[in-house]
Write a protein that binds this ligand. Sequence first.
Ligand SMILES: O=C(O)CCC(=O)C(=O)O
Ligand SMILES: [Fe+2]
Length: 295
Amino acid sequence: MNFESYPPPFRQPPQNSYSENYTTSHTSTALQDSDFIPTIDLQCLNQLDNKLEDACPIHLPFILFLGYPALSPSGTALLKRSQDINWVEGLNVPLGQLSQIQPQDFTLASFRVLLEEYRKHLARVARALFDSMLKNLNLDTIESKSNLSESNGSLRVYRYPYYSNADSAWGMDVHTDSSVLSILNQDEVGGLEVLKDDQWFTVKPIPNTLIVNLGDMMQAISDDEYKSVKHRVKVNKYKERLSICYFVFPEEGSVIRSLKYKPFTYSDFQAQVQQDIKTLGHKVGLDRFKLITND
Ligand SMILES: O=C(O)CCC(=O)C(=O)O
Ligand SMILES: [Fe+2]
């Protein structure tokens, strides 16, 4: 395992040689708010985060992130508290902006072709799944169909470094996705867990198999018939994990109308989520849009 390729905050001293020096010399930064992840160097992480932002060429819509996967639309981390650090780094690609890339060099050109290809296939899967769910719900209307814009969306590539102290960190904290659908391609390492009937289940990796998570938008569109699944990612002690997730959202301006929720657009939802994360430190989600009923 070449852990030199990890960003410094994720580089771990070899097991058992974790030195006093390392801990004490970093206490003021690494442990400033809590001892949730004892070995991570928060200051170093923030500096790297800033460097990543600076290094990402202006003409590329890609966003690199480190430790904090909740991002604003412009790509800055919404939270920067040490207790919110997730053991993950990643690349976020807004697929609707791929055409803006005029790559001068061969590597970027082929990367763009790959992304376009990936998007094309997963867009087809997303549309087929969404339309059949609408049919099941008797919501087969043009307006409902616009609640999915499969050609936009975003693609995220994640790397979850291995971590000897895996029990003290989350690869990704428990959350629901804000998307309509999220289609995940995970490697064989595993670590994804979903909550069902108050119990956590491991999603066993099966080669050549995609995992489809329903997001908050799908729950609202279906009037709670389909639930947005709570999930989280565990860190592996010995192996890094890679996953790629394609998120699809409603069309810009498309209104989600249902019986249990106020009419809202995805932009309304996203703005509320951003505000809640900033002010409360966590996402409230669909409860913000639920209609109050008297029964
Ligand atoms: O990497 C995974 O398995 C899950 C990622 C995830 O939950 C997310 O991106 O929202
Ligand atoms: Fe997720």
